[in-house]
Design a protein around this ligand. Structure first.
Ligand code: AP5
Length: 232
């Protein structure tokens, strides 16, 4: 299996691009924010514990996050064995700390696999804040929209399933600013680490959604092919 990480600050378009890139490259999603949102929706004790952290815009503890990712990777491997079309995993929102990055390396090493490509989506901070304040998502299927740059065909109604669109609990100005600061402190340093390993590609995320998708798909294809090319 190949493993590709989409990395970038909140609002850079990881969720938006993950959905589009996955379809083209047959990758299965490993989206921790999405996994946490479904745990919260399920209303379990764990979900309630996560909700308080999530709503404040803070990071969920590493041990909990890593365990969730390990389960998700087992699920993807099982789907692959059962004849699914999936050729790898696309990570969105993970890893976000040095401990998570180390845990992912270990998880993959135990499977005889490794990270093949890391795509850093670059967008200026003012644009990120604007995007997050206009973000809406479907309360039923989770599809992401933007009131300015990517509106639904009918006001407040999901194009895919007809569900009502809502604003995320952590898209308040206070939580957004906390999340962006956390990214700079905890996650941005990982970009340098992956660059040193030679797996990092930068993509300009400050342009129309479809253009960003094309650039990401091309970058992943190039990186993965470069990796499988015979060495002289
Ligand atoms: P998560 O769901 O991962 O959220 P995030 O990292 O805060 O990232 P966002 O979803 O805000 O941004 P995005 O880059 O996906 O942007 P999007 O595509 O939506 O995490 C939520 C929470 O869960 C965390 O705060 C934390 O509590 C917890 N968590 C998750 N992972 C964790 C981990 N590993 N460890 C610990 N805790 C964790 O786009 C944003 C908007 O912009 C949308 O409206 C979209 O339509 C629009 N847009 C996208 N692309 C463009 C474009 N090119 N031009 C114009 N508009 C665009």
């Amino acid at each position: 299996m190949i493993h590709v990480i989409l990395m970038g600050p909140q609002g850079s378009g990881k969720g938006t691009q993950s959905e589009r890139v996955r379809e083209q490259l047959y990758l299965a999603p490993v989206a921790t924010g999405e996994l946490f949102r479904s745990a919260i929706k399920s209303g379990t004790a764990l979900g309630q514990e996560i909700k308080a952290i999530y709503d404040r815009g803070e990071l969920v503890p590493d041990d909990l996050t890593i365990a969730l990712v390990a389960d998700r990777l087992d699920e993807i491997a099982r789907e692959g064995r059962e004849g699914g079309q999936v050729v790898g995993a696309l990570y969105d929102g993970f890893p976000r700390t040095a401990a998570q990055a180390a845990a992912l390396d270990d998880l993959l090493a135990r499977r005889g696999e490794k990270i093949d490509a890391v795509v850093a989506i670059d967008v200026p901070r003012e644009e990120l804040i604007q995007r997050l304040s206009g973000r809406r998502l479907c309360s039923v299927c989770g599809k992401v929209y933007n009131v300015v740059s990517d509106p639904p065909a009918r006001l407040n109604e999901c194009d895919a399933c007809g569900g009502t669109l809502i604003q995320r609990a952590d898209d308040t100005p206070e939580a957004v600013s906390k999340r962006l600061d956390l990214y700079e402190r905890e996650t941005a340093p990982l970009v340098g680490r992956y660059a040193e390993r030679g797996v990092l590609v930068h993509v300009n995320g400050d342009r129309p959604i479809a253009e960003v998708t094309d650039a990401i798909v091309a970058a992943i294809r190039e990186r993965v092919m470069a990796d499988s090319a015979p060495r002289r």
